[in-house]
Design a protein around this ligand. Structure first.
Ligand code: NAP
Length: 245
């Protein structure tokens, strides 16, 4: 029997935007399952949230590990019988920064970045979809980036035109394509699928140069996780505004 309270899984929840997203969802009374690459890190994260009165569970979930993904699905099935919210947050950046060396990108770099930012999202979503279908309002939030916007990258006058890092940007463009395709497939269900751009946020990935603080940076993910029945699906959103694909 599925529990009444909403259940959310946040990947890469041990720090940065993922931790804050889990915290903000937990503060709204949602049970949060926090995934981290190691069990120790996941349990420490869950303890931090529990100390704030949040109903939290930590699970080992290296998103690139098929064994971890299967174990996560089993845990959610056995413990809750459903999943209401999946936040595909875990992500890695390009190792070249914004060096604009598109022609030099290696197979290893592409595989590393696409494995986490795209392939793992597709795999974990496939694995968890049966549980999301048991929710009466399933929500999937894919953490994309404005750097995945082909429209903005193609415009030489756009603010991101000179911030080109192909492995990362291409992984987020492909993730956006996945959002559109999955939302189409699920258009007649209760499940909504959206891509989020959190903003440029002060995290390890965003660096101290970023203008946004982490609590602000989690707001787009949280809003998309809590969309009502009339909310959008198959969209690319930052702080309630649509971004160009
Ligand atoms: P972050 O501080 O670098 O945190 C990334 C998180 O992802 C960490 O918890 C990390 O875990 C986890 N992670 C990486 N690979 C993983 C794997 N294989 N399995 C499980 N977890 C993994 O980054 P962030 O800024 O919070 O970014 C969160 C998301 O927002 C990312 O998808 C990112 O692309 C996107 N985003 C961020 C910004 C920004 O300005 N910060 C802008 C646009 C989009 P470990 O601690 O184990 O490494």
């Amino acid at each position: 029997m599925a529990q009444d309270k909403k259940v959310a899984l946040v990947t890469g929840a041990n720090r940065g935007i993922g931790f804050e997203t889990a915290k903000q969802l937990g503060e709204k009374g949602i049970t949060v399952v926090v995934g981290a690459r190691t069990l120790q890190s996941a349990e420490e994260t869950a303890s931090k949230l529990k100390s704030k009165g949040i109903d939290a569970y930590g699970i080992q979930l290296d998103v690139t590990s098929s064994a971890d993904r299967a174990a996560a699905a089993k845990f959610l099935e056995e413990k809750f019988g459903k999943l209401d919210i999946l936040i595909n947050n875990a992500g890695v950046g390009s190792s070249t920064g914004f060096a604009n060396v598109t022609s030099q990108v290696t197979d290893e770099e592409l595989l590393r970045v696409f494995s986490t930012n795209l392939f793992s999202v597709v795999s974990i979503t496939r694995e968890l979809l049966p549980l999301l279908k048991k929710s009466d309002a399933g929500r999937i939030v894919n953490l994309s980036s404005i750097l995945g916007s082909l429209t903005l990258h193609a415009d030489p006058n756009s603010p991101i035109a000179h911030f080109k890092s192909f492995a990362y940007d291409g992984s987020k463009s492909a993730l956006n394509a996945y959002t559109i395709h999955l939302a189409h497939e699920l258009r007649d269900t209760n499940i909504k699928v959206n891509s989020a751009h959190p903003g440029w946020v002060k995290t390890e990935m965003g660096t101290d140069a970023a203008p946004m603080e982490i609590p602000e940076g989690a707001k787009t993910s949280v809003a998309l996780a809590l969309l009502g029945p009339d909310g959008p699906s198959g969209r690319f959103i930052h702080m309630g505004q649509e971004l160009p694909w």
